[in-house]
Unconditional design. Sequence first.
Length: 131
Amino acid sequence: WTVAPRARPGDIVLMYRSGTRGQARDAGANEALLQSIANIYEVTTVPERDRKFGWAAYVRQIARLEEPIRLEHLNDDLFLKDAGWLKAHVIGRPEVTVHWWRLLQLILKCNPALKKNKNFLDACKLSPIAE
């Protein structure tokens, strides 16, 4: 999978789905997931240079969000709405580390079952979260 060249094993990758409904149909993708973060991955290998894609690493899915984080959630959030990566339409592989804790709060608020998902908690280096 393509990742930032500085990605390292253990890093968390949020997959934002952009594109149009037509592009989703052409690719056989779920149109309902456009303009959202619906999957969370963990980098499992050091990135290697790839002629076609830039930098690539193996990843493993650690969560599929039952309630995707939609573009509206991000734009309406007081802490995220002015983020450069959001104003740039989440294109490419933006660095969101500085906003990770707020993104995590939003993810857990919209997907409370993740508070009990050991795979997700371990990858995020979190202890079990009380209700």
